[in-house]
Design a protein around this ligand. Structure first.
Ligand SMILES: [Zn+2]
Length: 360
């Protein structure tokens, strides 16, 4: 992997990742002023969950036509977020970030009785998976998918090293049904200055399991799933030499798959070469299965779970992939029970979903 760090006209960082050494010296010629972030992080006094208030984002780009795509390379006199005429993988700081270091210049932290507010520091990045506007992650070659994995890994290492970052979250939303506002194949990275609610809950469960049994929760779950591989009611979808993909026991979504490296690691930076080498084949296979679930390719969310820093307990690195579609043309809405109470109702048995995904 070859990395070139450059700057956009307003001072934001733009990083190119290439499979071969490539000269990346195109200059951003747009007249851009640096954008100021006024994000706030407010702690919900009832749950302890951090909520980010980013009121400055209302003017952001929303479903632009393809010939105005800000993620396409800059070609034929049209200037985009990527000044180069072509690229392989490009990562840049979001122009309209929910979290940004500059929040510290505009928001003063305070506490008052039950309330606490801090600036929404951290960082939001956009990861362009390819320069091909009409492609999707699933269309990448294994070599290019590996380049994206290497970019995620490099970003995780770089962002974790920053004083205002606690948790690095790499993810992809695919499809307009998920609320994707740009059609170009891309993902995002949120570098949170706090531990996200779901991760905090998972860390507490893992610590509790360790206290009660002396064993690691993730090791126990992965061993339990792998032991059922080959059985009719198994939840395993794909069992590789270095990765295992399975539908979780208490899946919240109709089609939800969790992908774990067989050797537990805290985050992407700790994956060994054997696991890195096998990842593209397994992940692309999973994405193709999601594309075959319905007549139309399934909208999905792919979410990397990584251990925050510092953390007393280790979260096992894994990727959670799920679609919000439950059947052709029908979306699962987070309605009364899910949105109101956080209690999920799933219409499909996880064992049935796993069998469907295995047979596709
Ligand atoms: Zn594009």
């Amino acid at each position: 992997m070859h990395k070139t760090v450059t700057k956009l006209a307003d001072g934001r960082e733009l990083i190119y990742y290439d499979t071969e050494p490539t000269v990346r010296d195109a200059v951003d010629a747009r007249p851009l002023e640096p954008a100021a972030s006024t994000s706030e992080i407010r702690v919900d006094p009832f749950t302890g969950d951090a909520v980010t208030i980013a009121a400055h984002r209302q003017g952001r780009t929303y479903h632009p036509p393809a010939d105005e795509c800000p993620l396409c390379p800059s070609r034929d006199g049209r200037l985009s977020e990527v000044p180069a005429a072509d690229y392989q993988v490009a990562v840049f700081e979001n122009r309209f970030p929910s979290l940004a270091g500059s929040s510290a210049d505009h928001v003063t932290p305070w506490t008052d009785g039950p309330y606490a507010l801090t600036p929404g520091t951290g960082r939001c990045e956009v990861v362009c998976f390819t320069s091909d506007h009409g492609a999707s992650f699933v269309d990448l070659t294994e070599r290019r998918a590996r380049l994206v994995l290497d970019a995620w890994t490099d970003r995780t290492a770089d962002l974790h090293a920053r004083a205002d970052v606690r948790q690095v979250y790499c993810f992809e939303n695919r499809g307009a049904d998920i609320g994707v506002t740009l059609g170009h194949p891309h993902g995002q990275i949120y570098a949170f200055p706090f531990t996200t609610p779901r991760t905090a809950q998972a860390l507490a469960r893992a610590a509790e399991h360790l206290r009660a049994t002396g064993r690691n929760l993730y090791d126990d779950v992965l061993a339990a799933e792998r032991a059922t591989a080959g059985r009719e009611d198994s939840r395993v979808v794909l069992a590789g030499e270095h990765w295992t993909a399975f539908v979780p026991f208490a899946a919240r979504w109709p089609y939800e798959v969790h992908l774990y490296p067989n050797r537990r690691v805290a985050d992407l930076t700790a994956l060994d070469e054997a696991a890195r080498a096998e990842f593209p084949r397994i992940y692309l296979d999973l994405l193709r299965r999601f594309d075959r679930l319905f007549p139309e390719p399934a909208p999905y969310i792919a979410a990397w779970h990584q251990t925050p820093r510092p953390a007393e307990t280790e979260l096992a690195l894994h990727l959670e992939l799920f679609t919000v579609r439950r059947t052709a043309g029908k979306l699962k809405y987070l309605a009364g029970t899910e949105s109101g109470m956080g209690a999920f109702m799933n219409d499909i048995r996880p064992e049935t979903a796993a069998r469907t995904l295995r047979e596709l």
